[in-house]
Design a protein around this ligand. Structure first.
Ligand code: PLP
Length: 426
């Protein structure tokens, strides 16, 4: 058995001082019946815990680290920026440069605003959608996660789903009532919602490839249908590309599927592992944000120069030819090998490029209800077995695992070999 004495000691101390011993719920590993490992450092595709164990990391800080840990150019950019002062509360040149890079890459972004977390990006986009339409209802989808703002904690994914919390106390009933949560991939239900409430719906917000109930790609026609319904009803379409932006393609899912949302939320990769996110979209809409327009949103650390430097260095490194083709090739290989390893176990593997989830159900998994048919006990055993083999997977069935540029073919072979051994014991 792996020695985890230092992690255990730290976790005991943390439990005394922080709720669940953590600063974000899924890190507590409650769903997989294990104690979290405290990470001392990361390099490339690997993380090292405080007991000196090393793991091949497939969590990637839940998505941001598409280059792996401590990517030299990112570290250099961060050091350089920090040495020049960490925050000014005034405009800096890097913000202009990053806005240019984002706009050049993501088709729907005519204007953009930088914020500090995906939660903030989604919350702000929703406020803008309500402000611009003068309507209050929001349509979201079961199992999608858009951060922890009040309006989104209705049938939410990610940690909310992992902990089996249907919503959250503290969200007033009359706020929750403004959110309609519908099954993913079900256009008929969306049409019905618009028939009943069309004039009151401000926006439809969607993860264009769902990642927070595990990976669930959109059915052909689903995103196109949402686009059409929103356009017809005068509602705004928000793509929450906090995971998919710069992950499934440089221009995100909207570039991949050729659909232009009215507003887009970005996070994770765009901050290169530092707290940075963004929202943006049509010029006429973004022009309603303060100080030009009346919709208010602000942030002391928004566009922070150190985070901007990390984002710029990261996005620059993704520019190389064949970057996404390489990730796709690695993803396809691992998918094939994991499916072979699971030949005797009922599983469904959903994958888009370098994000994938192995659901422990015969499937198919096209929405939350089907994702929830997964055998969570079996997932926990798989997770623990893989961890013992030195492969660090997300500690929840309802999350994506990510392949980074740092994963070598040898790393993937190690992962597949571990999966073969663990699966044979399930
Ligand atoms: C992670 C995530 C968020 C929230 O981002 P935070 O930076 O954790 O606040 C929002 N939407 C999606 C799709 C996400 O995956």
């Amino acid at each position: 058995m792996t020695n985890t004495a230092n992690s255990e000691r730290l976790f005991q101390a943390a439990l005394e001082m922080m709720p669940g011993g953590v600063n974000s719920p899924v890190r507590a590993w409650g769903a997989v019946g294990a104690l979290p490992r405290f990470i001392a450092r990361g390099e490339g595709a690997r993380v090292y815990d405080v007991d000196g164990n090393s793991y091949l990391d497939c969590v990637a800080s839940w998505g941001p680290l598409i280059l792996g840990h401590a990517y030299p150019q990112v570290v250099a950019a961060v050091s350089r920026a920090a040495a020049g002062g960490t925050s000014f509360g005034a405009p800096t040149p890097g913000e202009v440069e990053l806005a240019q890079v984002l706009r050049g890459a993501v088709p729907g972004l005519e204007m953009v605003r930088l914020v500090s977390s995906g939660t903030e990006a989604c919350m702000s986009a929703l406020r803008l959608a309500r402000g611009a339409t003068g309507r209050n209802l929001v349509v979201k989808f079961d199992g999608c996660y858009h951060g922890h703002a009040d309006s989104f904690l209705v049938a939410a994914g990610s940690g909310v789903l992992t902990q089996s919390i249907p919503g959250s106390p503290g969200v007033p009933e009359n706020i929750a009532q403004l959110t309609l949560s519908l099954p993913y991939n079900d256009l008929e239900r969306v049409r019905r919602a618009f028939k009943d409430h069309g004039g009151e719906i401000a926006t439809v917000i969607v993860e264009p490839v769902a990642g927070n109930m595990g990976v669930v790609p959109p059915w052909p026609g689903f995103l196109e249908g949402l686009r059409q319904i929103c356009t017809d009803a005068g509602a705004l379409l928000i793509f929450d590309e906090v995971i998919t932006g710069f992950r499934v393609a440089r221009g995100g899912a909207q570039a991949l599927y050729g659909i232009k949302p009215d507003l887009t939320c970005l996070g994770k990769i765009v901050g290169g592992g530092l707290p940075l996110a963004a929202y943006g979209g049509r010029r006429d809409l973004m022009s309603q944000m303060a100080p030009v327009g009346p919709v208010y949103q602000a942030g002391t650390l928004s566009g922070n120069p150190v985070a901007v430097a990390a984002g710029l260095a990261t996005l620059k490194a993704l520019e190389g030819p064949g970057f996404y083709e390489d990730l796709e090739e690695k993803g396809a290989w691992l998918e094939k090998e994991l499916m072979k390893a699971a030949a005797q176990v009922p599983v469904t593997l959903n994958r888009l490029g370098s994000m994938m989830t192995l659901f422990f159900t015969a499937g198919p998994v096209t929405n939350l209800e089907e994702a929830k048919k997964s055998n969570l006990k079996r997932f926990s055993k798989f997770f623990q077995g893989m961890l013992e083999e030195g492969i660090y997977l997300p500690p929840s069935q309802f999350e994506a695992f990510f392949i980074s540029r740092a994963h070598t073919p040898e790393d993937l072979e190690l992962t597949a070999a571990a999966a073969r051994r663990v699966m044979s014991r399930l």
